[in-house]
Design a binder for this molecule. Sequence first.
Ligand code: ATR
Length: 287
Amino acid sequence: MGSIFAHRLSNLPGLYAVIGDPIAHSMSPNIHNALFENLNIDAKYEAIQIAKGQLREEIPSLLGRGCRGFNVTIPHKVDIISLLDELDPLAERIGAVNTVLVNNHKLIGYNTDGPGFLESLKQFDKLNINDAKVLIIGSGGAARAIVMTLAMNGGAKLTIANRTLSKAQELLMHSKTSGRAITLDEAESCLAQYDVIINTTSIGMSPQRDKTPLKLQNVKKDAYVCDIIYNPLQTLLLEEAKAKGCYVQNGVPMFIRQAALAFKLWTGRNPDLNQMNNIVYQNMLKK
Ligand code: ATR
């Protein structure tokens, strides 16, 4: 009975999804559906709203529809872990999952956010992240993905700055690196030390578009300043960094690379990053 069911499912077009709440404005369906079309893959990708606390009730019906993989976003990135059969070591260390692969009726959890960010740094062709002094601003979920990935990658010297110092200290301890945890004021005064500065907080996004997480007066002229925010495409932090002569990167390269890594896990195919980039910019410019 089970094998017949599995055989019938495999003849259906593939179903993929992103689950979260809110989810209506997710760009992931536009991106993945365009990639499926471009690569002639018979599959579709849906945005599915699931409220906090409803995963155990809702996931079985998604699987019953033949879902082969899904992305997980706010508020489920941590809660999904208790429903998985296997967890990738990096996702385990991050403590959050953004991509699930359904393989032989098993749910396997991954985190492609941190690796997506690490890959995005390759856009800076002169930067060697393994030799760099890196300042991470923030200590929430996004910071955790980036810190753990950089820590596992090795090399980079990490400093974490946060409004609440205890959270930065906790994240640093968890990362098992010999870095530093400092306040935002300290970060401002010793900013000249850092080769790479990464904003992982929501400061710069609406309704805080006219704010920056810290002042850049001491930044090095040739520092790399990254913001993981992509709406707006250019935060005030990036605008100020550019004016100081820094190299800048918004959140789009990380966003498309986390999606590309998920797509590769599901299909084994490497998607076209340029196509993905164009879709994101077209969507953003419509807003
Ligand atoms: P995410 O999961 O998206 O990273 P989060 O877990 O809510 O979001 O984390 C938000 C981060 O932004 C935290 O580091 C937070 O600082 P605190 O730990 O002190 O709360 C930081 N943050 C948010 N708003 C801020 C503000 N107005 N000023 C300074 N830091 C802020």
